[in-house]
Design a protein around this ligand. Sequence first.
Ligand SMILES: Nc1nc2c(ncn2[C@@H]2O[C@H](COP(=O)(O)OP(=O)(O)OP(=O)(O)O)[C@@H](O)[C@H]2O)c(=O)[nH]1
Ligand SMILES: [Mg+2]
Length: 332
Amino acid sequence: MTKKCIGCGSTLQSEITNKPGYIKKEKYKDSDYCERCFKIINYGECDIVNEIKNFNKIIDKINESDGTVVYLVDLLNITKEEIDYISKFKKNVIVLLTKKDVLPKSVKEKKLISYFKDNYFNKEDILCISSFKKYNIDKFLDLLYKKNIKKIFVVGFTNVGKSTFINSLVSAKNGKPVITTSAVPNTTSDFINIEIGNLTICDTPGFVSENSIYNFLKLKDVIKLMPKKEIKVKTYQIKPDESIIVDNILRIDHIGNKTNSFSFYMNNNLPFERIKIKTNEKLKMLPKKNIHIKGNEDVVINGLGFIKIVKETDIVVYTLDEKLISVRNKMI
Ligand SMILES: Nc1nc2c(ncn2[C@@H]2O[C@H](COP(=O)(O)OP(=O)(O)OP(=O)(O)O)[C@@H](O)[C@H]2O)c(=O)[nH]1
Ligand SMILES: [Mg+2]
């Protein structure tokens, strides 16, 4: 009989070391976890298992089953591509905006939800959550109860926090959380079914986008960039001939003609530097994009965070790849 890893859902196997589910032959009988999950749980590290997934197959499987889709979106990394995926599900969808704890406390849930509805997806059932702070976990369980929902599929792009959320649901019901969670892309590699009381929760492998920062940086550097605590917003009044450099991954040249306010929502530990455009060539070898800002917009750098710019102006953004850059109405 085949056995599954309780951490990532893959079928345990002792044949191919760099495929999901690998476990040494002698450990197969007594292990609940594959070697990769064991390394993540005990040492917080692992190699990325390269497995091209057929996401349409995953979506078809969910569409053919009974149950409600719970679609998770990381508040710090909302992308249009991600939102477009929601319409692939031909069933009821509840949207959860995750990792509320990394946004400043002053940002109200109501405001975030109406922003999301106005700009992305107008659905009734949207909640902000934080699995780390146990925020709205009970409210979500109440919602399921009120709607008489007995089975949910927790879906979304990789690293939005699906497995962490499921573990917090299990904990809220006094169960033992066992699913592996990590900043490694595709931590969950197959469907995992968990029963709590009369609710069945199905964890699913996250979708991976070609626009993801994982395609342009080493894993340890992506992890370094992820905000882990409440962001302390850095606001600069930038003159027309000035530029801001963030670590070795972002340069924004302000080429407008009036001083403007730039607020950076990013990991607190990142080093910032203000320079003169003309006399400093730093990071100019990176791919660049010229952007006209209409005012009250965010420039989003996928995987890094976003920059709110108050007044109309022109900027040049240098970063790892053009695909990471997008502009939207200001969120906050
Ligand atoms: N700040 C914060 N980080 C979180 C929260 N939930 C999850 N994370 C972090 O986000 C990363 C991804 O979490 P996972 O739960 O493994 O994400 P996933 O969506 O299951 O990812 P895949 O299995 O790869 O699809 C981990 O580093 C988590 O610690 C949260 O509520 N707040
Ligand atoms: Mg997962």
